[in-house]
Design a binder for this molecule. Structure first.
Ligand SMILES: [Zn+2]
Length: 250
C-alpha cells in the first residue's frame, strides 16, 4: 500500500492517523482489514523465510509427475493475471486431506489428498486458481499484517525472535487462525480464480463441482479442514454460477 521508501515509521504513523480518523465510524473493521502494510519486496522476503521453515517441518513431495502437473497447470493459470507481483511457486505436501493453502509471496501448497479428491483437471485447476487469487490479492500478507502489525513483521526480516517465523509459517500451513480469511477475501479469490480458469481455457465449472463434493462431505460430518473457514459453500456456488452469465473481469 505504501512504497518501501516511505519508511517504516512513516507507515506506522500513517496507520495511526488513518485509524484515529476512522475510530468513530461504523466501518472501521472493513477499512482496517483492507490495510496491507507489508510492501511487495517485504512480502517476498517473509514468504521465502516461511517457505524454508515449511520445507524443514513438513513432508514435501518430490514426484516429477505430480510436481510437473501442478507446475504446468499453475503456469497456464498465471498467464491470465493482469500483473505478477511474485515469482509464484508451487509445492506439494504429503497429506491425505484435500487441502491447499497459500503463504505470503505467492507460494502455494497443495496436499496430495487434493489430487485424489479432485475428479479431473478442471476441479484441480479451480482450487489452484482460487489459491492464486488469494496470493494475487495479497490476502496472506493482509492476514498476518492484521495479526502482527508491520513493525513486528519488519523485525522478523532482520532477526527472528524465538524462531517466531517458524511458528507463524506452521500456523498458516496447518489451517490455524492466520489462514482464516474474511468472507470478502474468499469471494475475491473465487472471482480472480474464475477469471483465470476461463482465460486458461479450462472448463469454468470445475470449482463448482469441487464445492458440491465438499458440500456433501460437510453434510456427512467428516472433518473438512479445507474451506472450513470459508463463507457458506452454497453462497460460493451461487456466486460462481452467476459468473457463467456475467463473467467477472480482473
Ligand atoms: Zn480461500
Amino acid at each position: 500500500m505504501f512504497p518501501r521508501e516511505f519508511g517504516l515509521l512513516n507507515r506506522v504513523f500513517a496507520v495511526l492517523v488513518l485509524a484515529s480518523v476512522c475510530a468513530g465510524c461504523a466501518y472501521v473493521e472493513p477499512f482496517v482489514q483492507e490495510l496491507n502494510l507489508i510492501s511487495v519486496p517485504e512480502e517476498k522476503e517473509i514468504g521465502t523465510k516461511f517457505e524454508a521453515e515449511i520445507a524443514k517441518e513438513m513432508p514435501l513431495v518430490d514426484d516429477s509427475v505430480l510436481n510437473g502437473r501442478i507446475q504446468t497447470m499453475g503456469e497456464r493459470l498465471l498467464k491470465g493475471l493482469p500483473r505478477r507481483d511474485f515469482d509464484y511457486r508451487f509445492h506439494i505436501v504429503q497429506d491425505k486431506t484435500p487441502n491447499a493453502f497459500t503463504i505470503p509471496g505467492g507460494i502455494i501448497y497443495v496436499h496430495t489428498g487434493l489430487f485424489d479428491f479432485t475428479a479431473d483437471d478442471s476441479e484441480l485447476a479451480g482450487v489452484l486458481a482460487h489459491e492464486i487469487g488469494h496470493a494475487y490479492e495479497r490476502h496472506p500478507a493482509k492476514a498476518i499484517s492484521r495479526a502482527y502489525g508491520v513493525a513486528y513483521l519488519s523485525q522478523l526480516l532482520f532477526k527472528d525472535p524465538e524462531g517466531k517465523s517458524k511458528k507463524i509459517a506452521l500456523e498458516i500451513a496447518k489451517g490455524g487462525i492466520l489462514s482464516r480469511y474474511s468472507r470478502q477475501d474468499e469471494y475475491e479469490a473465487d472471482k480472480v480464480g474464475y477469471a483465470i480458469v476461463k482465460k486458461a481455457g479450462y472448463p469454468t465449472r470445475g470449482l463448482v463441482s469441487f464445492l458440491r463434493k465438499i458440500r456433501k462431505l460437510e453434510g456427512s460430518g467428516a472433518p473438512m479442514p479445507f474451506l472450513s473457514s470459508h463463507p457458506p459453500t452454497l453462497d460460493r456456488i451461487a456466486r460462481l454460477e452467476s459468473f457463467e452469465n456475467s463473467p467477472p473481469t480482473i
